[in-house]
Design a binder for this molecule. Structure first.
Ligand SMILES: [Zn+2]
Length: 295
């Protein structure tokens, strides 16, 4: 049961989005800045995402008529312009995902602002657009992150987890929507095996690893909610896993009342309902805390 379900367009029972975080090799460069340049295995594991995974994913979306969202660090956009071009040509959304995948909790608010604005300039130059949405690297948004998004007129964040469905945050008297992710439908726990950055997950077989995401979908569908995959092209874009996703997508699109859309469209839909007085959105008041809780 969801206390406050959102009425979706065209009688859809569940809004759905697959979001891909196209980190590529930014992950190793931010984690091991001294010698990442000469660590060819993690560089290539990351490069697979924009060069092999993204074209495969885009071809499936084209065949099935889907438009979806991608979050890409600014550094990665500059390094892989063909992937950016292909995503834009397919009519998909590109959201802000930091400059070099900096973890906002690991850097000062000043350094965060600098990286954020550098990435924003890259988005504008390469896409001709100002992104509407943001996802914090490692989901690690801070209060300063939320304030930056509000200051720069973003319509949504997709890093925080206070609800099953999109909700609103109010900070300093201004609003920002949250499109909540969760680890339950993130491909990192089942598939990431990356000792250099501290992850040694036991890699699961494709069906089993994706089953967690699909179980989240079934529960959200039953409740009339919102389902989102938070996946990475270098993990779920690999052949065996993507074959499972393709079969699942074909079956869901053929048999269920679902609305697959980019996050910016899902947020715009909720905004329209709220503006028209047709939906009361739940609002979280920020900041949650202004000093250490444990003293
Ligand atoms: Zn990322």
């Amino acid at each position: 049961m969801i206390q406050n379900p959102i009425p979706w367009p065209n009688g859809a029972r569940c809004a759905c989005a697959i979001t891909f975080d196209v980190d590529a090799d930014s992950l190793i460069h931010i984690a091991r800045p001294k010698d990442s340049w000469n660590r060819l295995y993690p560089i290539t594991m990351g490069r697979y995402g924009p060069t092999v995974g993204v074209p495969r994913i885009l071809e499936t979306y084209r065949r099935l008529g889907l438009k979806q969202s991608f979050f890409i660090p600014g550094w990665t956009m500059e390094r892989y312009p063909e992937a950016v071009e292909a995503i834009l040509t397919g009519g998909h959304e590109i959201g802000h995902h930091g400059y070099l995948h900096e973890d906002p909790t690991e850097i000062s608010p000043e350094a965060q602002r600098s990286a954020f604005e550098k990435a924003l300039a890259i988005h504008r130059r390469m896409t001709g657009l100002t992104p509407r949405g943001y996802r914090a690297p490692v989901y690690n948004a801070t209060q300063a992150t939320i304030d930056l998004l509000i200051e720069h007129g973003f319509s949504y964040d997709s890093s925080l987890m206070a609800d099953d469905i999109p909700y609103r945050m109010r900070s300093g008297g201004k609003h920002l929507y949250e499109v909540p992710p969760h680890w339950g439908s993130d491909d990192w726990p089942p598939f990431a095996h990356y000792a250099e950055i501290g992850y040694m997950m036991p890699v699961q077989p494709p069906e089993q690893g994706l089953a967690a995401s699909f179980a989240e979908f079934e529960a959200q569908y039953e409740a009339g909610g919102f389902w989102m995959g938070i996946w990475h092209p270098f993990l779920t874009g690999r052949l065996a896993r993507w074959a499972v996703v393709e079969r699942w997508l074909e079956q869901v699109l053929a048999t269920r009342k679902v609305w697959f859309a980019p996050l910016e469209e899902i947020v715009a839909h909720v905004e329209r309902l709220v503006a028209a007085g047709e939906y009361q959105v739940r609002t979280e008041e920020l900041p949650y805390f202004t000093q250490p809780v444990a003293g």
